[in-house]
Design a binder for this molecule. Structure first.
Ligand SMILES: NC(=O)C1=CN([C@@H]2O[C@H](COP(=O)(O)OP(=O)(O)OC[C@H]3O[C@@H](n4cnc5c(N)ncnc54)[C@H](OP(=O)(O)O)[C@@H]3O)[C@@H](O)[C@H]2O)C=CC1
Ligand SMILES: O=C(O)C1=N[C@H](C(=O)O)C[C@H](O)C1
Length: 251
């Protein structure tokens, strides 16, 4: 058996999964041992001796795939979105029964997007008002995006820690949904448009000034350095890690 890291991709036929297959194949220190699409048996993972699974499917599929991986001691790098506290608690329960297994869930694998979230977290305590606008392709199943949800949560936590009062919405007349989704008190607006890939603006405002932090993913290749970094490190970090920043030596 070679000393290369044995990596499998689930969701291999998808927009990001197909790019991940190419990235793993091109990595000198990795061997692609399986590339699974919908309907393929997960038993292929154990038969192929996968050490790390890269999971890039759909919010309806990810839990079943992760349960299999964790129960078989296969580390997982997860890009699939749609996470809730309930789902995370279930995953933590599985991991508690397989204490040497690592799972990294990354709302975004793009280095620029991770930095954008960090910058927003840093700016959060200096501005009275903040809103998030995320813009994606028309094929996206979940809204708001995992990145926007995480960004809003980080901003809300930073504001609370700094003792900033919750934002008051001045709207007294309006159509349902016009002010976006409320994520921990931060309005998040989701745009779906043919031609786009993944984009986000965090808009901060205070007296006489605004600050906009914008990130644009222009091609799925932008997610690959983060996925490869995560695949290399996930086996060293048992349990659940949420956010690629924890593998980027930023903290
Ligand atoms: N964290 C990050 O940086 C990023 C995360 N994402 C997330 O990744 C996920 C996939 O996105 P995207 O590639 O655009 O979506 P796609 O729909 O293009 O691809 C998903 C693929 O997964 C397949 N699939 C679904 N269920 C299963 C299953 N149980 N077993 C195996 N394959 C399955 C689908 O098959 P079929 O077509 O037959 O349904 C499809 O080929 C989304 O949740 C998205 O938000 C995307 C980009 C970056
Ligand atoms: O579905 C996508 O395309 C993306 N999904 C992730 C998200 O929900 O944040 C990451 C990126 O925005 C691309």
């Amino acid at each position: 058996m070679s000393s290369k890291l044995r990596v499998a991709v689930i969701g291999a036929g998808g927009r990001i999964g197909s790019e991940a297959v190419r990235a793993v194949e091109a990595a000198d220190d990795m061997e692609l041992v399986a590339a699974l699409g919908r309907g393929d048996s997960l038993d292929v993972l154990t038969a192929a001796g996968a050490e790390v699974v890269v999971e890039l499917t759909h919010p309806d599929s990810v839990m079943g795939n992760l349960e299999f991986c964790v129960r078989h001691g296969i580390h997982a790098v997860v890009g699939t979105t749609g996470w809730t506290e309930e789902r995370l608690a279930t995953l933590r329960g599985w991991l508690a029964e397989s204490p040497s297994t690592g799972v990294l869930i990354a709302p975004n694998f793009s280095i620029g997007a991770v930095l954008g979230m960090k910058f927003a977290q840093l700016a959060a305590r200096f501005f009275e008002s903040v809103e998030v606008v995320e813009l994606h392709h028309r094929g996206k199943a979940d809204a708001p995006s995992g990145t926007a949800t995480r960004t809003a949560q980080l901003i809300a936590a930073a504001r609370e820690k700094a003792g900033i009062a919750p934002q008051q919405d001045p709207t007294t007349h309006g159509l349902e949904g016009a002010r976006g989704a409320d994520v921990d008190g931060v309005p998040v607006h989701a745009v779906r448009l043919r031609g786009l890939l993944a984009h986000q603006e965090v808009l901060f405002g205070d007296t006489g000034e605004t600050l906009t932090i914008r990130h644009d993913s222009l091609h799925h290749s932008c997610f690959m350095p983060g996925i490869l970094l995560a695949a290399r490190r996930v086996g060293e970090v048992p349990g659940l890690t949420f956010g690629l920043e924890h593998f980027m030596d930023l903290d």
